[in-house]
Design a protein around this ligand. Structure first.
Ligand code: NAP
Ligand code: MG
Length: 402
């Protein structure tokens, strides 16, 4: 069989620990035998980030602006213990944070659904994608303790000299105070990323806030979404036959529970934090969550939602057998290859990405899976180690392609 050609490179960001081991395995077993892989390679492994003063992370994000599509392996976000373990020069920032700041994107998380692992909500037949706004609100708040009776005041001093203020509360006794903010620019980027991704996926977009209670703050989110939708996206939504739908957060929660899934659910920062964990666990396993960063300018960075699976890595280093689930990392590759194919008009690459996903799902549905899934699945089969799972997917892929 002739290998599929790629006209434009993908930005490839390698990472750390067990996912770095899986990364090589995926390329070796599932991609290189079929695709003449064309990537611009950046090593975001912690050692190399340290050697380059983290410049490599910035370069990788800049390259994503150039080529529009990246695939990223999970990476360590250093903490005090990692400083010692890797003898780091500095406690480098989270690569995901750095990349997100440069690309200005929104993260979309979507579970991979397979037969045998049924969602806890029995009417959910299709995956639910959570889009979490990643700036501001309670994550950038300031807080105060009122430790005696007194007046709390909210005030704004404009550069022009204007001043406005209002009473938050007159305290009779002790209490707590919180101030938070968001930026029109950030909300606009969030809205555009959501509309763009809904069009890509041809799925309805649902958005909810509490604008009946928060008449200025949450209402601003509602208005910005509405304005951008009508001015820039409504026509395309009509053409594709999908819907943008706004309602109150509590109403969305109730509707999501009754739905069959298959929508994108845009959430403010805190709602997204909470709801993404709820949706992920209701669908089964962290190892089955995919993640893509979509920028309002149309740059895409695909990855797994989970981390570097440190515990498995140390077992691997000790020569013990591991059974680490490669699904979300495989889907990061297939997602990136498909998007590359779409942007380049390369239908062979698109077909390959679809085939790779189908073969992976077929493998699990035939009863061949890693330990994390074997304990959840109603399909009885064999539990495979990390590498045998990849080999079995390859056999399935080869047999599907015949
Ligand atoms: P983690 O790597 O996601 O792993 C947590 C636990 O979840 C694992 O110990 C394992 O449970 C299970 N798990 C996760 N992925 C799995 C898979 N593919 N197959 C089977 N089991 C899986 O999170 P962590 O241990 O909190 O973090 C480890 C490192 O990853 C940290 O240095 C952190 O900074 C980094 N991290 C990176 C990203 C990213 O790059 N996007 C995201 C999160 C964390 P058992 O051990 O019980 O089998
Ligand atoms: Mg959380």
């Amino acid at each position: 069989m002739e290998k599929i050609k790629m006209d434009t490179p993908l930005v490839e960001m390698n990472g750390d620990e067990m996912t770095r081991i899986i990364w090589e395995g995926i390329k070796e077993e599932l991609i290189r035998p079929f695709v003449d892989l064309n990537t611009e390679y950046y090593d975001l492994g912690l050692k190399h980030r340290d050697e380059t003063g983290d410049q490599v992370t910035i370069d990788a994000a800049e390259a994503t602006k150039k080529y529009s599509v990246a695939v990223k392996c999970a990476t360590i976000t250093p903490n005090a213990q990692r400083m010692e373990e890797y003898d780091l020069k500095e406690m480098w920032k989270s690569p995901n944070g750095t990349i997100r700041a440069i690309l200005d994107g929104t993260v979309f998380r979507k579970p991979i659904v397979v037969k045998g692992i049924e969602p806890y909500v029995k009417n959910w037949q299709k995956p639910i994608t959570i889009a979490r706004h990643a700036y501001g609100d309670v994550y950038k708040d300031v807080e105060l303790i009122a430790d005696e009776p007194g007046e709390a005041i909210l005030s704004f001093k404009g550069e022009s000299g204007q001043e406005k203020s209002m009473t938050i509360h007159n305290f009779d006794g002790p209490g707590v105070i919180l101030g938070m903010h968001n930026l029109d620019e950030s909300i606009e980027s969030f809205a555009r990323s959501c509309f763009k991704y809904a069009l890509d996926m041809k799925e309805d977009l649902w958005f909810g806030t509490k604008d009946t209670i928060s008449k200025q703050y949450d209402h601003r989110f509602k208005d910005i979404f509405e304005e951008i939708f009508i001015a820039e996206y409504q026509k395309d939504f009509d053409k594709v036959g999908i819907e943008y739908f706004y309602t109150l957060t509590d109403d969305i929660v109730a509707r999501v529970m009754r739905s069959e899934g298959g929508m994108i659910w845009a959430c403010k920062n805190y709602d997204g934090d909470v709801m993404s964990d709820m949706v992920a666990s209701a669908f089964g396993s962290l190892a089955m969550m995919t993640s893509v960063l979509v920028s309002p300018k149309g740059y895409y960075e695909f990855e797994a939602a989970h981390g570097t699976v440190t515990r498995h890595y140390y077992r691997h280093l000790a020569g013990e057998e591991t059974s680490t689930n490669a699904m979300a990392t495989i889907f990061a590759w297939s997602g990136a290859l498909r998007k590359r194919g779409e942007l380049d008009g390369n239908r062979y690459l698109i077909a390959f990405a679809n085939n790779l996903e189908k073969a992976s799902i077929d493998t699990i549905e035939a009863g061949n899976m890693t330990k994390d899934l074997a304990s959840l699945s109603s399909i009885k089969g064999q539990t495979l180690n990390t590498f045998d799972f990849l080999k079995t997917v390859r056999q399935q892929l080869e047999s599907n392609l015949k």
